[in-house]
Design a protein around this ligand. Structure first.
Ligand code: FE2
Length: 266
């Protein structure tokens, strides 16, 4: 089991506040059964840039935690990058980085909009050999209102990372049911805790793997196989998506038609 998304690195963003909290968070991951954990501090231009502006500090803190947990859990360096126009050149320059310093990158949208310009960025990233994982799409309002956009992003090569907390109702009922539907449609490709603290928005993740297994066993197998590859920055094969049409609604419509036909025949 891997955790693709966490704010365990201390004092660089709105995640862990200090070394002590980071230790508690990693200990929780170990108890959850996580074998490989990615440290993905925010990179949001003009808001959280410490992780990369103070790169030496990132490396020192990372090395400290890695050494402390050697043999118990594998820690992998990475970032959660807020989409903007400059990310391709920043990645190419090495200012920004992907999982395990590779070309597999965790990118986020804000929680409201679908930035149309991102399509161009995703297209160019793919063309330049990058593999993009979009963080917690189930929390984005524009995607929830129009799931077709997810299919479009998938066609541009984008993979999707589910937040474990979405399945605990941490972000409301709508997000939870959207997340469950994405699992059924093969529109989830990896799981992250997105843990920020040692309580509440913490490192719980096992339940999310269990829910995926319960709702879509083939997807569970695929995610288990791909997790380690993604977190190490390797390319993966994913399952094809299923159409969004809600089978329950279709059944209901058919039944209605039958009812009308029977009425006319009377
Ligand atoms: Fe995050």
């Amino acid at each position: 089991m891997v955790d693709l998304h966490s704010h365990v690195l201390f004092d660089v963003d709105d995640g862990s506040e200090n070394l002590e909290m980071s230790i508690k968070m990693i200990e929780q991951s170990i108890r959850e059964g996580v074998k490989i954990l990615a440290l993905t501090p925010h990179h949001i231009r003009d808001l959280y840039t410490e992780a990369m502006d103070r790169k030496e500090e990132y490396e020192e803190k990372f090395a400290l935690l890695k050494k402390r947990f050697e043999g118990k859990i594998e820690l992998v360096p990475s970032l959660e990058i807020m989409i903007d126009e400059k990310i391709i050149s920043d990645l190419d320059k090495g200012y920004l980085m992907g999982y395990n310093r590779s070309k597999t990158v965790l990118v986020e949208f804000n929680l409201i909009d679908y930035p149309l310009y991102s399509e161009n960025i995703f297209y160019n990233l793919k063309k330049n050999g990058y593999q993009v994982i979009l963080a917690h799409p189930e929390r984005n309002r524009a995607l929830m209102e129009d799931p077709e956009k997810m299919y479009h992003l998938r066609d541009l090569g984008v993979l999707f990372q589910l937040n474990a907390g979405s399945l605990l109702g941490q972000f409301g009922e709508k997000t939870e049911s959207f997340a469950r539907e994405l699992i059924r449609k093969n529109l989830i490709h990896g799981i992250g805790s997105d843990g920020h603290k040692d309580v509440r928005r913490d490192m719980r993740i096992r339940h999310a793997y269990d829910v995926v297994k319960e709702l879509n066993e083939a997807l569970y197998e695929n995610i288990m196989e791909n997790g380690e590859k993604l977190i190490h920055g390797e390319k993966v094969e994913v399952l094809p998506y299923k159409p969004w049409t809600d089978p329950v609604k279709v059944k209901k419509r058919k039944r209605k038609k039958k009812g009308l036909l029977a009425f006319l025949k009377r």
